[in-house]
Structures are given as C-alpha cells and as structure tokens.
Design a protein around this ligand. Sequence first.
Ligand SMILES: [Zn+2]
Length: 374
Amino acid sequence: MISSASLNGRLLLPGGSFVSGTLHFGTHITALEEGPQTGGPLILPGFVDTHVHGGGGGDAMDGAEGVRTLARLHARHGTTTLLPTTMTNPWDKVLAALRGVREVMDTGGVPGGADVPGAHLEGPFISPQRLGAQPPCTLAPTPERVAEVLALDVVRAVTLAPEVEGGQAAALAFAQAGVRVGIGHTVADADTVQACLQAVHAAGGRTAGTHLFNAMGGIQGREPGVPGALLADPHSFAEIILDGFHLHPLSFLLARAAAPERVLLITDAMRAAGQGDGESELGGQPVTVTGGRASLAGGSLAGSVLTMDVALKNAVSVGVPLPEASRMLSRTPARSLGLEDRGELRVGTRADLVVLNDDLEVQEVYVGGERLAR
Ligand SMILES: [Zn+2]
C-alpha cells in the first residue's frame, strides 16, 4: 500500500526546464508545486530501457528469475521500465524465455525492480548474414511462428530483418498487434527498409531502428543503407547504445541532428552488467568483459555492461543538455512503445522517478511511487 509522498528538488518539467519545487505523488504524480525553496537534488522521470538482455548475473533467457534479477539491478541505476530482451536461440528456448517474462508480469511484477510491461523479441527473425553477437539460430518468420509468439501476449517490441522471407508480412502482423517493429540485424537495402517502415506506419504501427548503426551497415551517398532509411523516415525511432564502444560519438550526434525527437538510448546490457570485469555468457556463448567492454571469443562486441545512468552521463559528456538527454532516456523510449502513462513529470503519469545529485549519481529511485531500497 503506497501512501502519498512528496519530494523537494529541481523538477524537470516536460517542456525541458528545471523548476525548484515539490512533487506530490502516490502511485502516480498528483501535483507539481513550484517553490518556495530553491536547489535540492535533480528529479527526473525514471529511465525506460527498450532493449536489455541482462544484468546483475541474470538474463532474460534464464526465465522468470533471470528477469527479476536484471530488473532489480537496472532499477538501482535509475531504470523504472524495461523490456527484457531475448536472444536468437532455438525456438523452444525463445518461447520459454517469453513465458518467463509473462510469468513475471502475471505475478505482480518485480518487487524492488523496474516495471516490466512486456518483452523485446530480438530475433530469431533476423539475417544470418548480420548476426552480430546473436548465435546462428535464425528462423523465417512464418505466420505460424508469429501467431505462436503473439498468442503469449507478452511481446511489446520485435527486431527483425525485413528482407528475410516473410519479413514484411511479419512486420505488419506484429504492428497490428501493437508491437513496435524494430529493423535490425539486417542486410536489407534502403528501399526495402523504407517500404517496410511505410507499410507499418500505414497500418498504424510504430517502428524503430534496433541499435542504430550496429549490425546494419553504414550510410553512403548512393546507398543510404539501413541507418539512412531509418533516419530519413519522419516517424521511425532509433535505439542507440551510447557506451563508448558501440559507435563513435559523432554517429550519435548525427542521429540526434537528424531525428532529435526520435533518438532513444538503450543499454543492450548482458548478464555481466553490474558485475565488473570477468568471464560471462550471452545466448550460450562465452563472453569476456575487460575494461567494461564485453566481447565474444572472436573479439566482436557482445552486448554491453552499460546502465542507463551511465548512458545519461555519456550523452551529457558529448554535449547534450541534461533535459534533452533525459528525454532520450525516458519520454522518447516510452513514446516509441506507446506507453503514454510514463516518461515525464506531469500530473497523472506514473510516479517513476530518479533522483540525482549534481554529478548525476543516482540517489533514489521510485517505481510506481514505491521507493526502492538501496
Ligand atoms: Zn542486437
């Protein structure tokens, strides 16, 4: 039972300005009161991570307990909503992982952790030619498999390659079920991507680029490629892993310049997030974490050990003003999923809050009005 509470500090308003004041809330925000005191900690909407495989030793592929573990680890870093993200794996394992997320949602969520409004299905409907760190277990998105997934009523975002057989039909089926369609792990040309995005939008669906610039090739004048098609589209969102390893800061700033309201930051974190350097695992493959860089035996990047608080600092450190960086971590990802009840501080939204000091270190986190133990 959550009674009403209040917090004093510098509140980040939806328009992008900070005002000193008091935030009143129960499970949802009930009032924002300006003044009279000044100063205090920074109070931001909690972070929304649409792409996270693991953390704290847990992984979405482990089942319900893995989901609870990762949701608690990331909540300590300010994430108040996340989509546990599956790996491309044998079909039975993928379905079992989705059932694990569904079980968590059906049993009251994760006490002491982030809210879990669904899962992100990353593959197996991707290109075998652009696996990244995904194991070679790709499958065609047949209508039967898509129906099997949708029957679980748990997937809120999917990543697929539009050029694989049945790819565009699957994209439409997911979109019609309210699932955000992510273009990723693909060797499609720009025209194929554009056609898929436009078809999904015409059907009223939402789209995103899955970890923009990673596992999708690049941009050239005569071949704008997947990132070019995504950034040129006026409606598509774009996930970015701003960990210092996955892309050059200028690539991030390019995306921001092209799509300032549509860039959202994700962690793509794997089980070793929050665990320090050492040996770990991703999708059944051994991973080594050295200096915060997670890699497979061959040296290629294997997800990240990023947390959203660090992503916020990284964005600010390359020159993005704090209110804009906050939007990339909260409001924009929430919008990309159609979650209108969170992502900004206004009356009526969920009391999902992160309290930061001036060094942007997390001091307190509230999920649905409940303060998490630290
Ligand atoms: Zn990926």
